[in-house]
Write a protein that binds this ligand. Structure first.
Ligand SMILES: Cc1ncc(COP(=O)(O)O)c(C=O)c1O
Length: 467
């Protein structure tokens, strides 16, 4: 009888090599040692100020426009804290607009990335993929189908807007010859030629040719839940009646991100999605910003829309972006292809982030994200009670927190964000009327004490601008 000999791949032997494991452990330990000095906000070193300012000017010049913040990271951080090249340390509650859910210099993610760096290639793509892409796609589908068998396929790509483009191409092909889309007023969808037509901000498409016909529906208004739901449904029906069978898809941002952290409700979305179903318009969710930030991994699960969603795309927290879609909309060969799916590191780290998030106590109405959000909201409410003219809000769900400073002019929101940055807290603006200050805090490493530091900085900055 033949006995089966277990054959090992060279890469399996490499990954099990004790010398490799020990080298990786040494590197992670050294990073831990050097990042241990980063344990709170601190100002810039005097000796670095001049060279830093000069580097910022060169950066502004070389990229043909100013950086939003005078920010050049040193490459080291710890949890939600990040060291800059001028020696200052900031509490990073914006995270590259939501891309670092485990903050800076996270030992587990660095270990994952170091192993990924031993891969044969830096980038993976359509023609040559390694095992991480398969693992990531299957894990995303399993997580998305937790309650309902919603999606059967997952296509990976390297940016949020490209994952959206892929979804839109699938939708147009499935619903040809329909050529229009419906989106919400004040939505942000990305900046390619087609997505800058969907993004409801004229300033973002100045000088660009019109590449896509978009019809808009007003978003949910929490001061008038029933009325705004009815108005949105009426407008949707008008569009569908005026241009029968011309719409391929409705694009939903379930919590408007750039629009100011405005969430809709289950009832609001269901009303619109059911109308779209009746008219064979696909319900597509843009979860680039909301992924891993609500009380569920996906915002469509948070709003219990599993049975009505036809497709979605994610980005930011996932490192590698993805389009999830149904078998019945499977594209014909040739429609989707990309030289780069993502880097080996981003695929491996995306997988690990997904594992950490799904195995940890993050989600649910009493999960870590909900508990921390409650503390943040309570603190902002306390500021509002003490100083009723300083802020309105708080707004947002989960790890998307915002407030309106003073009257909510864009100048006031920008001035607040600038002051917060100078004082060591990184935030960003959102919306325009009103304009808000928003935070996308890192769910994996934020502790209650970090929220308290942020609240203290917010109150101090408001007080500077109030006087
Ligand atoms: C809701 C939403 N969709 C799409 C995008 C575009 O993603 P990316 O910048 O990765 O292309 C963004 C980016 O901020 C976003 O917030």
């Amino acid at each position: 009888m033949m006995t089966e000999i277990e054959e090992k791949l060279g890469s399996e032997k490499l990954n099990e090599d004790p010398q490799l494991t020990s080298a990786v452990t040494t590197i992670v330990d050294r990073i831990r040692v050097h990042s241990s000095s980063i344990d709170g906000i601190r100002p810039a070193f005097d000796s670095k100020r001049l060279s830093y300012e000069e580097a910022i000017s060169r950066f502004n010049e070389v990229r043909g426009g100013n950086l939003y913040f005078p920010y050049i990271g040193s490459g080291l951080g710890r949890g939600p804290f990040v060291e800059l090249e001028d020696g200052s340390v900031k509490l990073d509650f914006i995270n590259g607009i939501g891309t670092h859910p485990f903050g800076h210099s996270h030992p587990d993610l660095i270990e994952t990335a170091l192993h990924a760096a031993t891969s044969d290639t830096v980038m993976q793509g359509n023609l040559q993929q390694n095992r991480e892409g398969l693992a990531f796609s299957e894990a995303l589908l399993a997580a998305a189908n937790r309650c309902h068998n919603t999606f059967q396929h997952c296509f990976l790509s390297s940016t949020g807007v490209m994952a959206g483009e892929n979804m839109l191409k699938i939708a147009f092909q499935a619903r040809q010859p329909a050529s229009r889309v419906i989106a919400f007023e004040n939505c942000f969808a990305g900046r390619t030629l087609s997505f800058s037509q969907i993004t409801d901000k004229p300033a973002f498409r100045v000088g660009l040719p019109s590449t896509l016909e978009v019809d808009y529906v007003p978003f949910f208004d929490e001061s008038d839940p029933l009325g705004s739901t009815e108005r949105a449904a009426e407008r949707l029906k008008e569009h569908l009646k005026r241009r029968p069978k011309e719409h391929a898809a409705f694009i939903y941002e379930l919590i408007q991100g750039e629009g100011g952290f405005n969430p809709g409700t289950t009832r609001f979305f269901r009303t619109l999605m059911e109308i779209c179903r009746e008219h064979e318009v696909l319900n597509l969710c843009d979860e680039v910003q909301t992924f891993a930030r609500t009380h569920s991994l996906f915002a469509f699960q948070h709003f219990a829309l599993d049975e009505l969603v036809d497709g979605l795309w994610i980005g930011k927290s996932s490192q590698t972006c993805a389009t999830l879609f149904k078998s019945e909309h499977k594209p014909a060969p040739g429609l989707l292809s990309q030289t780069f799916t993502s880097s080996s590191g981003a695929l491996a780290v995306g997988n690990r982030i997904l594992e950490l998030l799904t195995e940890g106590d993050y989600f649910g109405s009493h999960g870590r994200i909900a508990r921390l959000a409650e503390r943040f909201h309570e603190g902002l409410n306390a500021i509002r009670r003490d100083h009723p003219n300083w802020i309105r809000g708080p707004y947002g769900i989960g790890a998307m927190t915002a407030f309106t400073p003073f009257e909510g002019t864009p100048q006031q929101a920008q001035a607040m964000v600038k002051t917060l940055f100078e004082d060591g807290l990184m935030a960003f603006v959102a919306g325009s009327s009103p304009a808000r200050v928003r935070f996308l805090w890192p769910v994996g490493v934020t502790q209650p004490r970090h929220i308290d530091i942020a609240l203290h900085k917010i109150e101090a900055a408001l007080s500077k601008h109030a006087s």
